[in-house]
Design a protein around this ligand. Structure first.
Ligand code: CUA
Length: 175
């Protein structure tokens, strides 16, 4: 193939970018363990509210600075509609849908899940700043889609030594 030296150069640059992107992808997934929020379990949508953990929706403390939010999406609300965690917590969202496909995005964060009936989705995030974070459904789910929201209230911790005891005791459910 006859090609100008600049043309060959540009082809080499293009190839280099492809190789670099592939290497970054492999590095992120293998070395850093980054994956798409995947389906962690399957569930029968009609049975969601009877099956653990969804028979007790809400916030549960799972460790010194760790919480689990068990949340169900249904047209057109999140259950529970509001969750409270202390600032600095690692919060794992475990969620599913009982009817149709919904989304779960915590505004201003990277937490962005697709909630599919029959599938349980899980992902974690740390809240480093106190404040109110809107939870929005970002999958069009019908006439009430734009009314489908909730919120995460990240509460300031009164003092470092007080920990998070004001919010919940280990293993207890807030809502
Ligand atoms: Cu639920 Cu849009």
């Amino acid at each position: 193939m006859k090609a100008h030296v600049y043309e060959k150069g540009m082809l080499a640059v293009g190839l280099g970018v492809l190789v670099a992107c592939a290497a970054a992808l492999v590095y992120a997934s293998v070395a850093l363990g980054l994956h798409l929020p995947g389906r962690t379990a399957q569930i029968v949508p009609q049975d969601v509210y009877r099956v653990p953990p969804f028979n007790q929706t809400g916030v549960r403390q799972t460790g010194p600075n760790a919480y689990e939010v068990v949340m169900v999406a249904q047209a057109w609300a999140f259950v529970p509609g509001e969750v409270r965690v202390p600032v600095g917590s690692d919060v794992t969202f475990t969620a599913t849908s009982v009817d149709i496909i919904h989304g779960l995005n915590v505004e201003g964060t990277r937490l962005n899940l697709m909630l599919i009936p029959g599938q349980v989705t899980r992902n974690s995030i740390r809240f480093n700043r106190p404040g109110e974070y809107l939870i929005i459904c970002h999958e069009y789910c019908g006439i009430g889609h734009h009314h489908m929201f909730g919120k995460v209230v990240v509460e300031p911790v009164a003092s470092a030594s007080a920990g998070s005891s004001a919010v919940t005791t280990p293993g207890s459910l807030v809502r």
